[in-house]
Design a binder for this molecule. Sequence first.
Ligand code: NAD
Length: 381
Amino acid sequence: MSDAVLNQFTQTVEEEKKVVDKKFKIGIIGTGWIAESHIESYLQMEDCEIVAAADLIPGKAEKFIEKYGVTGVNFYPSHKEMLDNEELDAVSVCTYNKTHAECTIYALEKGVHVLLEKPMCVTTEEAVEIMKAEKKSGKILSIGFQPRGDENMKMIKKIVQSGELGDIYYIQTGGGRRRGIPNSTFIEERTAGIGAMGDIGCYSLDMVLNAVGYPKPLTVSGYTSAFFGPNPMYNTPADAARFNVEDFAAAFVRLEGGIILDFRIAWAMHPDTPGDTIIFGTKGALRIPSTECWNGSTGGPMTIYHDVAGERVETIIPEIEAPSNDKGLFYKKVRSFLDAIAEGGEAPVPSKEILYNQAIIDHIVKSSALGKEIEVVIPEI
Ligand SMILES: NC(=O)c1ccc[n+]([C@@H]2O[C@H](COP(=O)([O-])OP(=O)(O)OC[C@H]3O[C@@H](n4cnc5c(N)ncnc54)[C@H](O)[C@@H]3O)[C@@H](O)[C@H]2O)c1
C-alpha cells in the first residue's frame, strides 16, 4: 500500500528545452553578491549575451564584469542610465530590496523583460505598482525563487495537489538559524527595507503557499522583533550599531479557503529551530523536517501521516537526488526565464503569486506596529 502511495510521487526530471536561435541582449542591474549567480548562468547559455551592467557604487560593475572576462559590456551608474541608453531584451534586477520596485518598473516601462530577485520588493503598494507596469508592458516578469526548481520542493506541491492530504486547513512553516545574521546591505532599513522575512522568510512562505495554490491572504496578526541584531553580544559592534530591521517575525494568517498559516522566521534565536513545516489536511498531513528551504532543501525525507485500511500509517518520501548532469537551481531559474520569453509563455514564478507573499510580509510589519490583527488590503491592479 505504501508503495502504491509512493509511486504517485516518483521523480520527473524535465528535459531541458531546446535553445532558440536568437541572442538575447542582457543587462545586469546591481552587481553585488547574487548577481554572480545570474551572470554565471547566462554565460553558460548560447542564446544570450551580457551587453550592459550597472551599479550605484563607482567602478563596481566594471570590476564585476572584469572578473568574468566578458568583453563589449557597457557600464552605467544606475539602472536608469542603462535603460535609457541600451536596447535590451531582458535584465536581471539584483539590487537590494529597497530599489527592486523602481528598477523593475523602469525596465518594464522600457519594454524589457525582468528577472527580479526575491523578495519581490518591500511593500504591498510597491508590488502592485510593479504589476501595473508588468500588465501595461506585456513583458515577462519572473521572481527569483530558485528553490522551486528543486525536485523535492516540487514533490511538496505534487503531494498536496494529488489530494492525498484531503483539504488543507492548517500550515505551520518557517525556519531560521540559531545564529545567522547576515551583514552588508541586508541589515539596514535604508537598503533592505525588511530583515529576516525578506532574506529567508519569503522562501518558507513560497514553499507552502506554492504547494496550496497561493490562496489570497485575508487577515494577519503579526509580530516582529530585533533582540539579537542590534546587540553587540550577538553581532559585531559595527553591524549592531547600524542594524535596524527585524531579526525575528511570527504571524497567524487567515487565507482564503479556510486555511490557517502559522509562520515564524529567525536570523537568530536561542533554540536550534522554530519547528518543522507541517501541512495538515482532512485526510493526511505532510511533515517537512525543519529546513533551510532557501537552499532548495527539504531537510531530509518528508513523511505523510495518513490512515490506510483503517490503520494510522506513516509513508516516508525519500529524498530525490539531483542527477549528476544537473546544472543547479540558479541555472534553471535563469533558463526558465529565458524560455518563457522565447516561447511567450507564463513567467516561471509569476508576480500574481508572489504579490500574496509580499502582502503577508508587509502586513506582518504593519500588524506588528499596530499591535493587533489587521485585514490584508491589496490595491487594485
Ligand atoms: N536568490 C537568492 O538565493 C538570493 C541570495 C542572496 C540575495 N538575494 C537577493 O538579491 C538581492 C541583492 O542581494 P546581494 O546580496 O547581491 O546585495 P548587494 O548589496 O551585495 O548588491 C546589491 C547591489 O545593487 C546595487 N544597486 C542598488 N540599487 C541600484 C540601482 N538603482 N542601480 C544599480 N545598482 C543598484 C548596490 O550598489 C549593490 O552593489 C536582494 O534583494 C536579496 O534578497 C537572493
